[in-house]
Ligand binder design. Structure first.
Ligand code: 5GP
Ligand code: ZN
Length: 136
């Protein structure tokens, strides 16, 4: 369940030191080395899954419960004003480390950070075509 060439496998399992803010048998939560804002952290499963598609359902459930717990604790301790959960899959979506991870990003009124997208403006017909493509 580990990939010897994966840096997050090594960090999650303690072979490479990290600033750990939480650990249990399945996960390690570490501070990001290049934070978007103060306290930016990453939830790493100890097993290697490249992305969301590979994540077993029970691990996926646990990730969200842990994200909620960490966001609550971090908001209280850091006194941040908001919080982003971010999870990238695939290079085109911004994934740079191919071991599943969930970003925990505390937000502050004056952090001058942008985490977002350029909003589109599809017609009702276009929305309906997309709805059909996905749902039917
Ligand atoms: P991604 O772009 O794949 O969603 O996010 C990868 C994140 O991992 C980035 O925010 C990057 O700063 C962080 N990162 C990459 N290598 C390391 C490392 O060796 N240690 C830590 N703590 N964070 C890392
Ligand atoms: Zn890995």
């Amino acid at each position: 369940m580990r990939d010897d060439n994966c840096i997050f496998c090594k960090i999650a399992n303690g072979d490479i030191p990290s600033k750990t803010i939480y650990e249990d048998e399945n996960f390690r939560v570490i501070l990001d080395l290049a934070p978007a804002a103060k306290g930016h952290a990453l939830i790493l499963p100890k097993n290697h899954y490249a992305n969301l598609y590979e994540l077993p359902d029970d691990t996926a459930s646990k990730v969200m419960l842990l994200a909620k717990k960490m966001a609550t604790q971090m908001t209280e301790k850091l006194q941040c004003d908001g919080f982003n959960l971010v999870q990238n899959n695939g290079e085109v979506a911004g994934q740079t480390v191919f071991h599943f991870h969930m970003h925990l990003i505390p937000r502050y009124k004056d952090d001058n950070q942008e985490i977002g997208w350029n909003p589109g403006n599809p017609s009702q017909e276009e929305l309906e075509a997309i709805r059909k493509q996905i749902a039917e």
